[in-house]
Design a protein around this ligand. Structure first.
Ligand code: GLU
Length: 304
């Protein structure tokens, strides 16, 4: 089925949504595998969405490379891959709806000004005259409300949106749609029911729930798994030069991911395929077993 015309149903639908800023590394592979196992263990559909909305941060060829890495590890997605770059009109529509409801305003504050506010936006531009064209972001007004949700891995998570985040950007100064807006428009469009992703995104979730509420979308179930950090406490990421995974080492990588997710996989039989490892993972998946820790230092992992 073409995902642009996807028929909405309440069937379990999970997704992996990489940004093509570089090839998959071990950290992003774990997110892919956890979301895949949760979907398949629940007889669900697993989608891959390419979040290619930020050309300045993207690396040429990375989207294709990520898809090839997934294929090499037998992580097969259902339905066509959705590219966010093909969805700009839909983000525009969502922005128009929020604007029509008076939730949006233009803001020309600089990073420095926001830092001086203690990094929580204080509403400075809410009622100021529109700043000069081309040089403003669009923010959505927040209220002094607390948003909480029950995370499948972390338990109850609560954030006071007004006090901890403030009005936030949905269209950047460079006129690119912000992740917070695009992600909820597409999760709703693809009728995603379950989102398993890295703990580094947990503090974005209340903003996403807030936008879902403003736009009348339904809120999926979330589960945030720990992220691996390097010796300096930084998330393994393309920016921090984490090594791309080696597709020829797929079987071992899947085995290590299953260990990281605390599933206690048996020793790998040298003839076991990626598919067999994944089948074992589906059979033995237990979201409750996943460690709750936010971060796991790379050097503490027992895996080689
Ligand atoms: N594209 C985001 C990333 O690669 C993930 C978005 C999400 O899972 O909500 O970090």
């Amino acid at each position: 089925m073409n995902s642009q015309t996807r028929n909405h149903s309440s069937k379990y639908t999970g997704r992996f949504a990489p940004s093509p800023t570089g090839p998959l590394h071990f950290g992003s592979l774990i997110t892919a595998i956890a979301s895949y196992l949760d979907a398949k263990a629940n007889n669900g559909v697993w989608l891959v969405r390419m979040e290619d909305l930020d050309p300045p941060r993207e690396t040429e060829g990375a989207a294709e490379q990520i898809l090839n890495q997934l294929i090499a590890l037998d992580l097969r997605w259902d339905e066509e891959v959705l590219f966010q770059s093909s969805r700009l009109d839909n983000y525009e529509d969502a922005l128009k709806k929020l604007t029509a409801k008076n939730y949006c305003f233009q803001c020309d504050c600089t990073r420095l000004q926001i830092k001086a506010m203690g990094s929580v936006y204080n509403g400075r531009c809410r009622d100021r005259p529109a700043p000069p064209k081309e040089k403003f972001a669009i923010r959505v007004r927040t209220e002094d409300i607390s948003i909480d949700f029950d995370d499948l891995v972390q338990g109850n998570y609560q954030q006071s949106l007004g006090k901890e985040v403030g009005d936030f950007v949905i269209l950047r100064k460079d006129k690119l749609f912000a992740y917070q807006l695009a992600v909820i428009v597409d999760d709703a469009f693809q009728d995603v029911t379950h989102i398993i992703r890295g703990y580094d995104l947990i503090d974005s979730t209340p903003r996403q729930i807030y936008l879902q509420q403003l736009l009348g979308y339904h809120t999926p179930i979330y589960g945030h798994i720990p992220v691996i950090v390097n010796g300096q406490g930084q998330k393994l990421s393309k920016q921090h030069f984490a090594d791309p995974i080696d597709p020829n080492n797929g079987m071992k990588l899947i085995h290590q991911s299953l260990q990281f997710l605390n599933l206690n996989p048996p020793e790998i039989n040298s003839s076991a395929s990626c598919l067999e490892q994944l089948a074992w993972g589906i059979e033995n998946w237990d979201v409750q077993a996943v460690p709750k820790l936010a971060n796991i230092p790379e050097n503490l992992l027992e895996i080689e």
